[in-house]
Design a binder for this molecule. Sequence first.
Ligand code: MN
Length: 203
Amino acid sequence: MEKKFYKLPELTYGYKDLEPYMSEEQLKLHHDKHHQAYVDGANALLKKFDSRNSVEFDIKADAKELTFHVGGYVLHKFFWENLGPASKNGGEPTGTLAKYIKKDFGSFERFKKEFTKAAASVEGSGWAVLTLCKKTDRIFIMQIEKHNVNVIPGFRIMMVLDMWEHAYYLDYQNRRPDYIDAFWKLINWDEVNRKMDVWLRSP
Ligand code: MN
């Protein structure tokens, strides 16, 4: 059987389309260089796993590296998917997410406040993510350290915000709060709802 590898996903919008909240320069660097590096890192590890009988192989270290690079690949893919031009995105969610926010947080204001806090307080490099647990039928805001997606299995990731410095330093330098404000202008709620509905419908 043919071996499969990761590929850098194409954006569904142009590099200039997130301006003025995310510059062409920032988006291009982040997508073409940083995301590509995780794709390359994951594929290099897959090749190492594929040649486990002929190369020096350390299952503990290599498995950890794999979660880092695959995490980087997946999280960035989700990140691009849940962004879009400010003219068509941002504002308040409707649909499935709106219902869960009302049930679990009371109001969008409260949800936005908590997610913003989770993002702003990421230590070093990491992510703020929204997950949905089907077992308890609740949504949760969580943090991911670096790219190691050690979220509890069953808590599926629905929405992500990249809080690595490489995501915002060209546009915002050290002004994390301004970058988080920009995220709320670009968030594609339709995509978050689509992910939630797919997960809820899956067996
Ligand atoms: Mn990133």
